[in-house]
Design a protein. Sequence first.
Length: 511
Amino acid sequence: MSRKEQVKLVAENDLEAFIKLVQPKRVLGNCHRELIRWWTRQDALSHQLILMPRDHQKSALAAFRVAWEITKNPAIRILYISATSKLAVKQLKFIKDILTSDIYRFYWPEMVNEEESKREKWTETEVAVDHPMRKAESVRDPTIFTAGLTTTITGLHCDLAVLDDVVVEDNAYSEEGRNRVETQVSYLASITGTDSNVWVVGTRYHPLDLYGSMMEAFIETYDDEGNSIESAPLYEVYQKEVEDRGDGTGNFLWPRQQRIDGKWFGFNTQELAKKKAQYYDKGKFRAQYYNDPNDYGTASISRDMFQYYNRSSVKEDNGFVYYKDRRLNLFAAMDFAYSLSKRADYTCIVVIGVDAFHNYYVLDIDRFKTNLISEYFSHLLAMYQKWGFRKIRLEVTAAQSMIVKDLEENYIRTHGLALSVDPNSPRAKTKEERIEAALQPKYANKQMWHFIGGNCDLLEEELLLQKPPHDDLKDCLTSAIEISVAPARMGGGKNKIVKDELFHPRFGGIY
């Protein structure tokens, strides 16, 4: 066997080898190699659903696999569907470029006629390769036919259906859009041939999107007498998130790597932070990079409930804090990292003020990582000196009780802080029920006020998401509200007239 035949044989039997042959500059990470092995293993199911984060080459890999399948079986009939015809045509262009490249033509010259005018079918939306196997098997349908969600596909026949990013923002967030996607996909059963395959690649957008439905689809297994034996998932699912902690600090699915020409690919904490900063809707960011959709239609706290106050209107006079002319009683809460051994967890401190009208102002938020008691106290002391609150709730679990005891006995008392500590170990309700009961009515009644920017952005993300990567901030806010007591209401609805010269610079201004 010649060297050429050896290379050709290896490429036809290994998708990764095929990709390296036809596009040697393509950068593949370990996550792509793992997907390729999973995708093409001997015991793979006929229906496969791949959910990868955005910007992780899932569509490129789908196109490479289509070109590879054509190379192995030139008589194959493939339907390639994307959300729009334009996107499907773009993918077909990528596949056509592979099939007509010099290196591909060197190894498989019989696949596509070099003269375009002599090719059987070579248009923007569909192609038919010129391999003699197609004529030998009298294949009528094109090798690849592209379609969008509005393209008529009835009457076609295919051996393989590829659904590439059929769920997009335009159709994911309305019932009408989701129904349109499912209607088009439902036609596949009538046009796919016996023993056909369906490959789906995409990213989650909504809990009720097509991909969610696919993960819940089951197929019945019957015995020889037609009796149902069991049910099994129709789709096998390969689902990944951009990194494994959920907050940008974990192990990345595709760590940054540099190509020989100096160009960078993949993700790290900084690159992911850039992506996140461009999403004003953090729920969409989590869906598309963590495959973790949240249904905002059922969220108990929505963005329109958020109100913002002017931080420059928070002032101090004679030991009391005021917002404009309203005196505030100040309270704080501190939520510790789960255990001393897990530096990756967050500890946070939230300071709130409540006025006589039961308006609650989020005055300050500190969020940090540590495993040292001294650092816990250092952050607590800084907030105490800045705001002067007299009561703080410290959440106590089995792992945290020693931390709280040490803080009280060896730090707070020895430093002479006039600070009452309320150790709390909530048991009556689950954390979620407690947070819901404390926060939702106050946000709904427009009693909650935030400052703009800073850690309040993280708090708002936790409040909006059903399953945030962390819930430490809203849990801490709940604890502070639970111990808060409003000041007595003064006559005429005013607490005090605060003069402008009483502004204290330590409270800063608007972020």
